[in-house]
Structure formats: structure tokens, C-alpha cells
Ligand binder design. Sequence first.
Ligand code: ADP
Ligand code: MG
Length: 397
Amino acid sequence: MAKRTVRDTEVEGKTVLVRVDFNVPMDIKTGVITDDSRIRAALPTITYLLDHKAKVILCSHLGRPDGRVVEGLRMTPVAQRLSQLVDLPVSTVSDCIGTAVEKAADNLKGGEILLLENIRFYPQEEANDPSFAQALAKPADIYVDDAFGTAHRAHASTVGVAKYLPAIAGFLMEKELEALSSILSTPEHPFGALLGGAKVSDKIGLIQNILDKVDILLIGGGMAATFLKVQGYEVGLSLVEADKQELAHQLIEAAKQNGASLFLPVDVVVSDSISEQATGEVVPIARIPPNKYIADIGHQTVELFSQQIRQCRTVFWNGPMGVYEIPRFAQGTKALVELLANLKATTIIGGGSTAEIVEEMKLTHKMTHVSTGGGASLKFLQGKSLPGVAVLLDREH
Ligand code: ADP
Ligand code: MG
């Protein structure tokens, strides 16, 4: 990788400030963490630093406290969970900067951990305030960014701090960058992209950036409606982004010019409403009733998309094929997740909802890489520079 990592840096005896993404789902009333996978994802970096006798200061945000102290969003439950996972005490301090933090940092010995308070208790964090970033950097010798999921945001703890400390990547950051860049630079062909989700407008940049790299492009989900409309089909009450129709048309033409085969649904599940009570029926795309919504892809589409996916050596998937939050409309998505999980190919999954589905189906370990960074992974795959990555030192330095 082009970026310097903890592996390339002498950390023994150094105080290392690590930005992690411990923004775990939590029951606010009981403080019970309902999914600790984000904490687990940071363990390789943390244990490496501990084994190499660094003094480890961890910092993260949790929830959306919007720049003030919210009791239910303190880091204490996270410290407890982390302590169980590393089988070591994790000390905490109820601040992120200032004398209490500096004192706690001074008391650390090599191989010990201190977890700072929720960084978003300070409005200066999201404002990327320079003096706050400087205060955050003060107790440390080195800054490690292992929070890929927030690397698309220029905050004090992801960007500002790098002005005051040598900034390097942690292992999770490295793994994310390697997996995502591999599909942009050296995908094994045939390379297929399976795209869904609610809106075309969210995914235009992504489609444009991968169009000249993919052999097969499969489009489902809510955004298929705009593409179907452009192809002359009636899509009932489904959301059509009128201002994106011209673009959808251009994308269809560009796919042709690039020699990529584009597939849209051939049948869909339609419903009177998008609700738990709603029932669905499968219709061919030529017979979508005017008073119904497209809620999922149909069986024939699952079959068509599966045939295409089976030919691929690399598959990138982002965006559910239907309103997966309602079990009745999750079938198309789930069928394709099962297929991807059992495919002998490189499978890379990106996007918040998309990763959540794989996680819920407990199939993460069957994919090559499921990105932990929802928005960050999409921005990266749009070919945009992530501010939190841009500030990290290059390897040759
Ligand atoms: P990700 O977070 O993985 O990038 P998106 O945010 O783009 O995914 O899309 C997720 C949302 O897309 C889900 O809330 C899902 O309900 C919605 N969605 C998928 N298919 C449809 C559809 N046919 N109609 C309306 N919404 C849909
Ligand atoms: Mg989303």
C-alpha cells in the first residue's frame, strides 16, 4: 500500500493516538452493546501496538451527541467490552483533551490502553477546529488512523490532528484501502457490479467511475425504476427521479460504448404500499400497475442476475434489491447474498445498508471483503479522495 502503516513505524515506548470507529449500536437506556463488530475490527491494530509496547490512547465518536455531553453516549460501555476482548484493563477518562487526559496519558506504560471520552461531545471535532486538534495531539507522539468509516469526513480527529503528529494507517484502514483499490485498479475479469438501493442520485458517481472497468452491470432496487422508465416502461408509483432520467439514459449509452452488458429487472414484486402489512405480487416489467410500487425484484430477475454473477471472477455489490427492511420484500436481496457467499470469486461489498444485510445473515466471513465504511467506501469507489486518507504519510517518507 502507498500509505505508511504501523508496521513501518517504530512504536515501542511511544504514545500512540489511535482514531478508531467504535460507533457501535447500543441500547441507550441499558448501555448494552448490541453489535461489537466495529470494536473487533480494530483489534488487529490495537493488539499489534500493545504487543509492541506502545502506550495506546484510543479515541472515537459514538452516536450523534451534536457537540454536547450526552450521558447515554459516554464511552464507558465500550471500554468494558474492549477490555473483555483484549483481556486487559482499559482505563477511561471523561474528557478528550486537557489536563485530566494528559495526566492519564502520563501514567500509561508500554502495553497499556486509555480510551478517551466521546470525541463528538465537542463541537470543535466536526468543525475541525485547529486548536482542538492540537490539544488532542498534545499527549501523543504518533497518530494512527484506523477509522476508515469516518475517513470521508474532515474532522479534528481524522484530519486536523495530522498537522501536529506523524500520521499513519492502522491495519483496518490498510485492509479497506487495499480491497477497495483492487477492484478499481486490478479486478479479475469478468468483473460484475450489482447495484441497488433507493435512489439513482446517490449512486451516479459510483456508476460513472466503474463503468469502464466492469463487464457486467446489474441494476435493481428502487433506482431501477428510473432506468426502466427511460427504457419506456411504466413504473407505477415508484420514485422516478425526473431530473436524473437524462443521466440514466447517458449511463445506458456509456455502458454500451464501454462494452459493458447492462441488465435491468425483467420482473418485479409490486405492492399497494411499502409497509409491514402490505402484500406483494410478481409482475413482468411490462405490466406494472399504475397504482403500485416496485418493492423487490422478481424470481426471473433473481435467476437472470444469478446467471450473470456466476460468470464473474470479481463481483462488487452495493445497495439492496428491494425494501429489505420488510421481510416480504427482502427475498430478492437475500437470494443474491446467498449466491455471493457461495461464489468462487472475489466478492467485495460496500455501503451501510448492504453491509448490514450481510452481517445480519451472518455471511460476512464468506465474502472476500465487507467494507466497514458505508459512506466512505462509496466515496472512495466514486474515485474521490478521502480527506482522512489524504493526510496520512506516504510510504517513502
Ligand atoms: P447502502 O447504504 O448500502 O449504500 P442505500 O442507502 O443506497 O444502500 O439503499 C438502501 C435503501 O434502499 C434501503 O432503505 C431500501 O429500503 C431501499 N430500497 C431498495 N429497493 C427499494 C425499492 N424498490 N423502493 C424503495 N426503496 C428501496
Ligand atoms: Mg445507505
